[in-house]
Design a protein around this ligand. Structure first.
Ligand SMILES: *Cc1c(COP(=O)(O)O)cnc(C)c1O
Length: 337
């Protein structure tokens, strides 16, 4: 890695020196079994992914452990979701074992780059369709590239946790209905327009998508309501991304004695909840991000006292202490590398 400090660089702008890469032909992938120095890719200007969006990715993390090693959080769950995204793009689906090994090899070769908590080594498995064919708009790409990029990251909340401002968007959807569960590039550019407008016109940090009043998630994070007794989040369906952080928080909250409700949440309920309850977002990058205010129909509404609430911080701590290896990993979520 460059000698730059992940704690003073923006998230995702530093890259480790090594990566793993495999070439795919349909469901067959050839991986040399060794890491390579990170290099630029040579692609035909006609590459399928560049024209027709045949690209998807995953995002997970390795965390520094008290014994000095590193451990990867819920690798198998991320591999499973990656394979699901790949299948939705009609690209050749690599064996789970191959993806797993390529992630482990990449992380093992970049272990020295993993910062101490609250930093981590962010892992970005990526798959692109490489068929050089601009006539293939209605045909999947048979040839692909699969690679695992590593990025040392600092604290997402450098300078302390800052409660976010979310603009509630009830008309423009985040993505197309059939792609809600896919971590594919097009979803994120689709959400850009409303997000840029929300930042410019309302100084919002992110957009909360609530198409026809049904709250799902933001552009890249799942959504929760919590108070002293209950944790509420949207029930799973194909409309949104099924976060591994979301699933982990539900498990931990249940163990901490919260009642769990997975169901639809309306904008009216959110606004009423905000008078005394807490609101937060979850995802691999930010882990748990408190929401301090909402913008609904042009009006700003404060959530509670506008500060991170005690239940939000308690759930965050329950998860980050497992990441850091300072509390017991009773679920077998951490894989030492
Ligand atoms: C990645 C992502 C999430 C969070 O998923 P995690 O597995 O918790 O990182 C939520 N929503 C969207 C749209 C995402 O892309």
């Amino acid at each position: 890695m460059a000698s730059r400090d992940p704690f003073s660089e923006p998230f995702g702008t530093l890259f480790s020196e090594n990566f793993t890469i495999a070439v795919g032909d349909g469901d067959d992938y050839s991986y040399g079994g060794s890491v390579e120095p990170l290099r630029d890719l040579v692609l035909s200007p006609a590459t399928h992914a560049l024209h027709y969006g045949s690209t998807c990715f995953e995002g997970l993390k390795a965390h520094r452990q008290p014994d000095g090693g590193v451990a990867i959080f819920r690798l198998d769950d991320h591999v499973a979701r990656f394979r699901q995204s790949i299948a939705k793009l009609y690209l050749g689906v690599p064996d789970a074992e191959l993806i797993r090994q390529m992630v482990i090899d990449a992380v093992a070769s970049n272990v020295a780059d993993c910062p101490d908590a609250p930093g981590s080594l962010y892992i970005r498995p990526t798959l692109i369709g490489t068929e050089p064919n601009i006539g293939a708009a209605a045909t999947p790409s048979k040839s692909t590239l699969l690679y695992i990029l590593n990025s040392p990251v600092g604290d997402y909340f450098a300078g302390g946790i800052r409660p976010l401002t979310l603009l509630i968007e009830s008309s423009t959807p985040r993505t197309t209905p059939q792609f809600g569960m896919v971590k594919s590039g097009a979803n994120y550019v689709m959400a850009l327009g409303v997000t840029l407008d929300a930042k410019r016109d309302h100084v919002a940090d992110q957009v909360l998508f609530a198409t026809d009043g049904d709250i799902t998630e933001t552009g890249a994070s799942n959504f929760f309501l919590v108070d002293d007794k209950t944790l509420i989040t949207r029930n799973l369906d194909e409309s949104f991304l099924h976060g591994v952080t979301r699933a982990s928080l539900l498990t931990l909250a249940n163990e901490l004695g919260y009642a769990i409700e997975e169901r639809s949440i309306s904008v009216e309920e959110l606004l009423a909840w905000s008078e005394s309850g807490e609101v937060f977002l979850s995802g691999t990058a930010a882990v748990v991000a408190p929401v301090g205010s909402l913008i609904a129909d042009g009006h700003k509404v404060q959530v509670g006292d506008g500060q991170p609430g005690p239940n939000t911080l308690k759930l965050r701590e329950a998860l980050t202490s497992i990441h850091a290896g300072t509390s017991d990993d009773t679920h077998g979520w951490m894989l030492p590398v």
